[in-house]
Design a binder for this molecule. Structure first.
Ligand code: ZN
Length: 272
């Protein structure tokens, strides 16, 4: 097998809605935890395909049953912050570090192991994030988009000045398994929270058509390609999406040169 598809879930639950103005928005998070996670885990049981879940500590402590089921049914759980607050929103390195440590501790409490991989909550890295990943010995990250169909090594933030060329930062030993925004279900299929009645939902078959086209292109043009999908239970657990995802999984499973892998496996294979 020369190509990999990574199914990854950002299980934000209510942590993604804590700053939303209207309390009923939180019901989306509850729906994700109580209806969609079991539905998706059943799909993975039926198909025998592993996946990677990025779970904020806030979700682990709010929905321990759902988070425990993910672990118990054989899927890896990785770091996604504790509060899910955007990393640049912390007012100091210490504040970001406290949230970071609390997230690690929540995962250790659940799985008995510290996380080895990270995905940033909404909002990107701060100037301190790479440093924190190194301090806590993270092996890989799945946030960046420097490439689209191959892993690469994460770099220091680099420097940007308006009157000088961009200077890239030094390469670290942390592997990035990229996940471009066009492979994020949320951006295509979820209404904008501030004004949901004026934003139409995307069409699930169109989204999967784009991903299938990219998979075919990767198989034709890329050596040892990696196609990573970024899914959110409260979006990907809706019936039309689950039906498309199951058909996609079945079709990929039939391919001789492509298979599903969790992100840790892909990162270790890139490093070796
Ligand atoms: Zn998230």
């Amino acid at each position: 097998m020369s190509h990999s598809v990574c199914l990854t879930y950002d299980f934000d639950a209510v942590s993604g809605w804590t700053s939303a103005g209207m309390p009923e928005y939180r019901s989306w998070g509850v729906y994700g935890a109580e209806t969609c996670v079991p539905r998706l885990l059943d799909l993975h049981d039926r198909t025998g395909v592993s996946s990677t879940w990025f779970v904020p500590g806030h979700t682990i402590e709010s929905f321990p049953e759902a988070a425990g089921a993910i672990h118990d049914r054989g899927h890896e759980i990785q770091h996604h912050g504790w509060s899910h607050d955007p990393l640049p929103s912390f007012d100091s390195r210490d504040a970001e570090r406290r949230d970071f440590v609390r997230g690690i501790e929540a995962i250790e409490e659940l799985t008995g192991e510290p996380p080895t991989g990270f995905r940033n909550p909404a909002g990107g890295f701060s100037e301190h994030t790479v440093d924190l990943l190194r301090e806590f010995g993270f092996e890989w990250d799945s946030s960046g988009t420097e490439r689209d169909l191959r892993p690469y090594y994460l770099r220091e933030p680099g420097t940007v000045e308006h009157d000088r060329p961009y200077r890239r930062g030094d390469r670290t030993g942390i592997v990035t398994v990229p996940v471009p925004w066009h492979r994020d279900d949320w951006l295509q299929l979820f209404p904008v929270a501030s004004d949901p009645q004026f934003v139409s939902y995307g069409h699930e078959p169109d989204v999967f058509h784009r991903w299938r086209t990219e998979l075919e292109w990767m198989r034709d043009h890329v050596e040892e390609g990696v196609l990573t999908l970024l899914l959110h239970p409260q979006c990907a657990g809706r019936a039309p999406f689950v039906a498309e995802l199951e058909a996609f999984i079945e079709d990929v499973t039939d391919l001789d040169d492509t298979g599903f892998a969790d992100v840790s496996t892909v990162a270790a294979s890139f490093r070796s």
